[in-house]
Design a protein around this ligand. Sequence first.
Ligand code: ATP
Length: 138
Amino acid sequence: MNKFFLEIITPEKTFYRGEVESINIPALGGACTVMAGHQPMVFATEPGVIRITENGKTREAFMSEGFVEVRPDETIAFSQAVEWPEDINERRAEEAKERAEEQLRRNRSAAEYRLNRQALQRAFARLRVKHHNYMDQN
Ligand code: ATP
């Protein structure tokens, strides 16, 4: 399968740099799979599980809110946080999930509701990546 150059960048580091066959990313409105020759585009992502296929092997990682720029020769993803399963602190994600659920129960303003929904989505996605088949209760 044809390859293309993928770079995934966070404010802290370059998470990924290399030639890949595909990447599947949770975009707003549905998952998007980018392969070599994909038409150029820019899209926003939502917190979830990304799947990177390199040399026939697929690895999963957590990616937070961000943007993806698909160019003819390379794809660049920017996100606040991207983590491999082994780097995810499960306890911290559980605590973030409980905090967000508690805040959502308090029924605050629409803006706070959105922020807490996103925090909950990040926590669920981290737990899903950590356990691969963690039940999505969202
Ligand atoms: P928390 O409320 O626990 O900070 P969050 O979803 O608000 O969670 P982010 O804003 O996505 O956190 O990330 C802030 C920084 O903390 C990033 O560098 C991210 O990689 C790291 N981080 C957040 N949660 C975890 C986790 N469960 N395990 C490992 N790193 C994490």
